[in-house]
Ligand binder design. Sequence first.
Ligand SMILES: Cc1cc2nc3c(=O)[nH]c(=O)nc-3n(C[C@H](O)[C@H](O)[C@H](O)COP(=O)(O)OP(=O)(O)OC[C@H]3O[C@@H](n4cnc5c(N)ncnc54)[C@H](O)[C@@H]3O)c2cc1C
Length: 517
Amino acid sequence: SSSFLTKEVVNENQVQDVLEHQPAKDSTCRQDTTLTGPIETTLCDYETVESVNEELFTNLSELVKTPFFKYFRADLYRDCPFWEEHGFCMNRECGITTVDESEIPEKWRAAALSKVELPSEEQRETLPGCYYRDSDYCYLDDMTEGDYIDLSANPERFTGYIGPSAHRIWSSIYQENCFGLDDAQDELSAPSGMAYIMTGRYRALSFLKPASDEGQQCLEKRVYYKIISGLHASISTHICAEYFNQTTGEWGPNLPCFINRVANHPERLQYIYFNNVLLLRAVSRIAPYLSAYDYCSSGTHEEDQRTLDVVTKVVGLATEAGKFDESVLFRGENANVLKEEFKQHFRNVSRIMDCVGCDKCRLWGKVQTTGVATALKILFELDEKTLDPRSNSNLLQRSEVVALMQTLHRFTESLHFVGLFREMWAAADREDEERILKEAERPDTARNVSHLSPIAGKEHTDVDYFYSRSSEWINACRRGTLGCVSALVEGLRWVWSACNSAFKVSGKDSGPERVEF
Ligand SMILES: Cc1cc2nc3c(=O)[nH]c(=O)nc-3n(C[C@H](O)[C@H](O)[C@H](O)COP(=O)(O)OP(=O)(O)OC[C@H]3O[C@@H](n4cnc5c(N)ncnc54)[C@H](O)[C@@H]3O)c2cc1C
């Protein structure tokens, strides 16, 4: 696993390009950097996205705190369907808190939902605990298992989930970017990414296609890569913006982390913009549907009206910046076969989320893959007639609407955070800059995460943490034998680590423990 620890070579010019870029206040093009002019495969430019982002972010930040949008139902304890996953995250930040169903409006509870929301058996392909319909780009949880989670109480941020388990997830996701119908360069005879995993031919990250390959790839494949890489970059931006500082014990932005993961690879930031445009286009395309949606959620009439008002503002801004011509994709002879493949690969990505070994990361992974999949469905599967809220009022499930808006919020927040990193860079003098760039070259995976761990320092005495985890272990046991075995393994590992840690703390070597992979 130490092969993952590659030293990043920081390209100062690229980093400056990203961090010294001045976002546009209006839609005027300038000739400065990689973040100027048209955004490839869209009809929008960087300046337009930047000119609406802060207003969008402010409105979405309000929206995601409303009762309708903050509760998300998910089954976080399904077994990984593709490999045996042992990568449990032992840090307290990986845990989540769930909400008792009694706190949720009755019409969203499992019993009511299974009557109303679920499509009939003939309309969907079912697997234990989840299903998809023909038009879906992801698996959706059926309402038989799972919990409600208040997303605002479980923010996406640094958790310390690192190393081979996290890398395996990312590599499997990128490996889905392998289309049988692609051009001759593209390993025509190779099995799909999932087939690799299932046949044990899993390779680390060497398959990742460099950006320079772009010219040789088909458009759909490039779009797939941009979506995934942009999502990855957005998650990384959140991790770096809300990072745990080992020295001060405080949360805050970590500029070297952002340089290492994003600014040193400007195309990754470009793909965050790309995802923004894709999601904005989806939101603007279903504008009438969103305007007619029932946002009543047991609050007061004023509260529900306020939710609708904010949705209306978001939809208005989305219409300004969401310029994307979906009709240029999936054209030509093999269009339908290619689309089916694209869909199947994206569905696999949504199932890979069940393999993420950190509850909070899995939760946000599910929210965001569902959000992007909903956008893809809106763009590539639904015609104007289907989108009519009068003729098709049950077009989207509540979880899809919530995921779409939450995901758009994630991406607008990423661009907002990029602005904060630029301010930090601008405030640094030459000496600081040199130190920051040097620090950005260190492999991220070797960072010390001991302060977050329940097993190091004073945290191992945190009884609350143990209780919160143990209730999840018991829940997993209730759900079946496999879940129970996994839970038992995690429980035993926790106890083993706690004993080890207690031993260390009581011994001479009680300095902070380094977690390396
Ligand atoms: C679904 C999911 C959700 C997660 N959520 C969280 C979270 O909320 N909090 C948290 O702390 N951790 C989270 N993680 C873990 C996090 O994403 C990293 O995997 C972890 O921090 C280790 O980072 P790393 O620097 O080793 O590289 P990783 O981010 O793991 O990347 C692995 C490799 O992929 C390549 N790569 C990196 N970024 C890109 C990109 N944008 N485009 C193309 N290639 C790229 C690089 O070669 C890199 O070495 C999540 C992981 C997954 C899979």
